[in-house]
Write a new protein. Sequence first.
Length: 298
Amino acid sequence: MTTRSSALRGSGTWNRWSGALFVAPYVAIFVLMLVIPLCIGIRLSMTRSDLFGIKEFVGLENFSRLFGDPVFLQAVWNTFYFVLLTVPVLTVTGLALALVLNHQSRWAAVLRAMFFASTVLSVAVVTLIWRLVLIPEGGLVAVLARVVGKAPVAFLGEQALAMPSIAVTTIWWGIGLPMVLFLAALQQVPRDLYEAAALDNASRARMLMSITLPSIRRTVVLVVIVEIILQFQLFGQAQLMTGGGPNNSTRPMVLFIYETGWKQWQLGYAAAAAQVLFAMIAIAAMAQYYFSSRKNAP
């Protein structure tokens, strides 16, 4: 009996150690690639630094400068504006495409591949394509405008149109990811629920509201959180399409951080802006998860 108990205790100890060893590589990579750089960034944000090293410790001075900097405050607004333009459209359009293409046929497979194909393109290719579409001198939109007798519009040169143009570019580029996530969720919804609803003469709209959306609500939350995190990190499209202009109307926070750190050599100031961006992303994601979970709680 004693031998058996010792063996069971030994087995339990081995199971605990084997579990720890199993997750150890991930924990090590997480600490090395995320936790340590985050701590270094927090320390750097409280210093006056350049590319040659840390000059002096300044505490929260960089953060107080940020919230009095009109360029940074405009970058914060531009980032929020971009997120508001893109995240709802990506979520709703991705769900709509998934609903339309959620059946087994050759054309559905071809269309799924076409919508997902843009996702694998690099940001340089995507922005080049859309600059050729939007430029007023010979661009596709300009040619179509002339055909109908309208004057071409400088979408990337107009302050009111530049950020929506970048948003359209991003939606075209990133629509494949939410579509695929929603397709995977829709294929897990039991078919017998729809069959039972059809026997009760339920309409498609009723099935959508009473069966489909409640069944995939966790995926909806996932897609919204993922898109919020991705779109808060707008950089390449703004840099390559407008360079932050016109009149600072398309300069997002990541582009501000890049220019401050690598063009102006104010690494401490840029690190402080990066910490503000990190906090904004974390708060937005946690708030979305909290309110969605609370709303859907039984």
